[in-house]
Design a binder for this molecule. Structure first.
Ligand SMILES: NC(=O)N[C@@H](CC(=O)O)C(=O)O
Length: 434
């Protein structure tokens, strides 16, 4: 196995240091290290972060391999600086049995570009009626700890309560797609002045906030872990802040697109901007940035949602919701959080690696741990990023099999130069190694 000697990178934005990766581990960190036979990576001016961990990726396999596969999504993830992604359960068949989650886990191992961590469905077929085999998925080779019906809300409060109670047995977490379905029938975009003017049915903030409020009370009542997917409104941030102040075991994520874009994008009627939950207002974006900065929102979750051309390039009302996220997530966080001084590099490491890994319980797996500090003896999961680089996003150049990037033509900061998964380079010089 090749050893790598990274010269002069700044770990989490600290003082420049050399980092030696040997046998899958960080062997040493120090000044002027040398190592015979090691491949040298010149990293002056680059920031070293622990490999990024995504709590919310749609890989589409099995079922929609025309939109993404475990392999193409894994490559997109590595190019975005990720070393682990949680693969959402809304595949076809749905990942609601030990068999399906093991299949996804095995495909991830075969691709070998990131750790693909399957999410198990909460309910059979995402239908919201009966609990899926949560225990069997937890005990499977895929070792599922995160359960979600994402794309659908677990709307029935009694079923949600039972799911929360059940996952406690194996320290699991229910990741809720918070959307009261009776408030979003036919919804196309954020409900407000714009939706009224554009003539598109609105998705009110209250549909998200009502479920989060209900679920934090349920989580408190049963003493279980709740995670809230893709938080999108200022009111949701307030509810989370209140719940955390009461000691509720709740965590939350925000997507890159909700940190950057607003419902003004819908003025174009370009369905690339149709997403669930919808893009919100400037005031919501500001509250989400503040919530991520102060830790009320624990993590950035990409909600990478690849869609085939025929599902996306149609009239707005017919288009599927969802946008790509993996390859530009770090760039958007640099633009919205680092450059304005709202998060330093240690903060980025915390929100994009340490905390998401802890939520998924990936931080205590020995050699296979993710989200660990950059320190001698730790698994060599690292990303090197050039904060000074800027590039214009070209969807045709993305590794994802789909093209629905909301950042097409937009210039963004930061370039992922290299990614290492347990000491193996998955990305070097900004290119996937395979
Ligand atoms: N986030 C999205 O807009 N889409 C998701 C599922 C969902 O609707 O949440 C998808 O799987 O495409």
């Amino acid at each position: 196995m090749t050893s790598y000697l990274i010269k002069g990178a700044r770990p989490c934005g600290g003082e420049p240091a050399d980092i030696l990766l040997t046998d899958g581990r960080i062997a040493a960190i120090g000044e002027s290290l040398s190592a015979t036979g090691a491949e040298v990576v010149e990293a002056a001016g680059l920031i070293a972060l622990p490999g990024l961990v995504d709590l919310h990726t749609h890989l589409r396999e099995p079922g929609r391999e025309d939109a993404e596969t475990v392999e193409t999504g894994s490559r997109a993830a590595a190019l975005g600086g990720f070393t682990a992604v949680h693969a959402m359960a809304n595949t076809d068949p749905v990942a609601d049995t030990a068999g399906v989650v093991e299949q996804v886990w095995r495909l991830g191992q075969e691709a070998g570009l990131v750790d693909v961590v399957p999410v198990g469905a909460v309910t059979v077929g995402l239908a919201g009626e009966r609990l899926a085999e949560l225990g069997a998925m937890a005990d499977s080779a895929a070792r599922v700890r995160v359960f979600s019906d994402d794309g659908h809300c677990v709307a029935d409060p009694a079923l949600m309560r039972r799911a929360l109670e059940y996952v406690k047995a194996f320290d699991g977490v229910v990741a809720q797609h918070a959307e009261e379905p009776r408030l979003t029938v036919g919804a196309q975009m954020h409900e407000g002045d714009r939706s009224a003017r554009l003539g598109l049915t609105g998705w009110p903030a209250a549909a998200e906030e009502a479920i989060i409020a209900r679920d934090v009370l349920l989580a408190e009542h049963v003493g279980a872990r709740l995670h809230v997917c893709h938080v999108s409104t200022a009111g949701s941030v307030e509810i989370l802040r209140w719940a955390k102040s009461r000691g509720v075991q709740v965590t939350a994520e925000v997507t890159p697109h909700h940190l950057l874009l607003t419902d003004a994008c819908a003025e174009s009627y370009d369905p690339v901007f149709k997403v669930n939950p919808p893009l919100r207002t400037d005031a919501d974006v500001e509250a989400l940035r503040a919530g991520l900065a102060d830790g009320t929102i624990d993590a950035v979750g990409t909600d990478h949602a690849p869609h085939a051309v025929e599902d996306k390039e149609s009239e707005w009302a017919q288009a599927r919701p969802g946008m790509l996220g993996l390859e530009q997530a770090l760039a958007v966080v640099i633009e919205t959080m680092v450059e304005p001084g709202r998060l330093d590099w240690a903060g980025v490491a915390d929100r994009m690696s340490v905390r998401p890994a802890a939520i998924g319980r990936l931080d205590g797996l020995g050699d296979r741990s993710q989200g660990r500090p950059i320190a001698p003896g730790e698994p060599a999961n690292l990303v090197l990023v050039d904060p000074a680089a800027r590039a214009t996003v070209d969807p045709a150049a993305l590794a994802s099999r789909s093209r629905n990037s909301p950042y097409a033509g937009r210039e963004l900061p930061g370039r992922v130069v290299a990614t290492f998964l347990r000491g193996t380079a998955t990305v070097l010089d900004g290119k996937a190694t395979r």
